[in-house]
Design a protein around this ligand. Structure first.
Ligand code: UDP
Length: 404
């Protein structure tokens, strides 16, 4: 098993994460492809052409991105289902010329393309969803019916479905009736060379921050990420930490993004926090460690989260994490040891958790140490090794066929 076609229809591993449709999946596809290439698996990532980038971008030996024409470059994500067929046609032509051994589809749109391609080319299909519509629906973030149906279709015919966490295994089984024998937990990783413990003082000096406590939020601004909870947490810290600062690194994302951004700025204004909140535009992944290292606490109050790379990166940088008790965050935050998990959406609980850390430097230091230890268990090399094993196992099996 040495050649994989990685389908990433709607977003490119070459794009800066933190705004629009670019986030954890972009980091995942880029880091995974790179790590696969380094283990000798030839990785071609197929992306819908969304810019005037060259058709083939060689990222490193054994890892390239191929841009496939399917609809006009600037299509809204909501319109992309209409061009899945064109995308699959383009990928199929490519694979017929340069065969692969396995398809790895990321997100439901690529899943639909992958499902068609697996039948047309008689190849095994590995699917990774990153987020699931039925999970989002349970937390008040509804998705179109066609997405749920598409996910169910792809889940029913994937040879292997990779889940980011054990919580996702349960969700796939409970909400989609997925066969547990075809689900494998493949945890994403973190690049330890970029994200590691460093000097808080140095990081703060680099960012021009004074000595006051710093809360950090990193990610796309959309309702699911719960930025409102972060603002309420800062407001709730009270006089004792009346000088605490909040850094928000990211930008609006998705159809609700602009409205959510306005809600955020309105909340900052109505809480009279203007001088204490700094919005930082999306940063290249390799520059983020400075923001993490500068922080006393990283907040991840998502309504749902299939994994939560930000929580892992913060932990790797030795920053205690206060996160919602959902999805992959349940695995990534060791409650009371590397941070706190908050079981409900009550701002007072977030305030309580942040105060516990700010008030107790010894606890903060031990959480920092334990978080960094925990993060060392995750690497993209391990993610790639696990997937490589799955690809190899599949090469010895007849691909599943939902049509018989
Ligand atoms: N990210 C980044 N620059 C930014 C904001 C975010 O590189 O300005 C990256 C961040 O480091 C993380 C990813 O985007 O790796 C977000 O992943 P996460 O799983 O936290 O959330 P998702 O975007 O998948 O919902």
């Amino acid at each position: 098993m040495s050649r994989v076609a990685i389908l990433s229809l709607h977003t490119s591993p070459l794009v800066l994460p933190g705004r629009g449709d670019a986030g954890g999946m972009n980091v995942y596809v880029r880091e995974l492809s790179s790590a696969l290439a380094q283990t000798g698996v030839d990785a071609t990532v197929f992306v819908r052409r969304h810019s005037d980038a060259p058709t083939i971008v060689d990222v490193e030996p054994g890892f390239r991105v191929v841009h496939v024409a399917a609809g006009p470059p600037d299509m809204a994500k909501e319109s992309l289902p209409a061009v899945v067929g064109d995308f699959a046609d383009g990928v199929e032509g490519w694979i017929r010329d340069s065969p692969v051994d396995v398809l790895h589809a990321n997100y439901w749109l690529s899943g639909l393309a992958g499902h068609r391609l697996k039948h047309d080319l008689d190849l095994p299909l590995v699917s990774t969803f990153h987020t699931l519509a039925r999970v989002k629906a349970t937390t008040g973030d509804p998705e179109p019916r066609r997405r749920m149906d598409a996910e169910a279709e792809v889940i029913a015919c994937s040879d292997v479905i990779t889940a980011n966490s054990v919580t996702e295994v349960q969700q796939l089984a409970d909400l989609y009736g997925a066969d547990p024998r075809r689900i494998d937990v493949v945890a994403p990783g973190v690049d330890g060379a970029l994200f590691s413990v460093g000097s808080r003082q140095g990081a703060r000096a680099a960012l021009g921050l004074a000595g006051a406590p710093v809360l950090l939020f990193v990610g796309r601004i959309q309702p699911l990420k719960g930025l409102d909870m972060v603002v309420e947490t800062l407001a709730g810290l009270g006089r004792r930490y009346g000088d605490a600062q909040l850094l928000v690194v990211g930008a609006a994302s998705g159809p609700e993004g602009e409205r959510e951004y306005r809600r955020f700025t309105d909340a900052v204004r109505s809480r009279r926090l203007q001088g204490r909140v700094t919005l930082v535009p999306p940063q290249p992944h390799h520059l983020l460690s400075t923001y993490y290292r500068a922080a006393d606490v990283c907040l991840v109050p998502s309504r749902s989260e299939s994994f939560g790379l930000v929580a892992l990166e913060a932990a790797a940088c030795g920053v205690p994490v206060v996160a919602a008790d959902v999805g992959g965050l349940r695995t990534l935050v060791d409650h009371g040891r590397s941070g706190f998990r908050v079981p409900d959406r009550e701002p007072a609980r977030y305030v309580e958790a942040v105060l516990a850390i700010l008030d107790d430097p010894a606890l903060a230091a031990s959480m920092a140490r334990r978080g960094a230890e925990m993060a060392r268990r995750y690497s993209w090399t391990a993610t790639a090794a696990r997937l490589r094993r799955i690809f190899t196992d599949l090469s010895a099996r007849v691909p599943l066929d939902c049509t018989v």
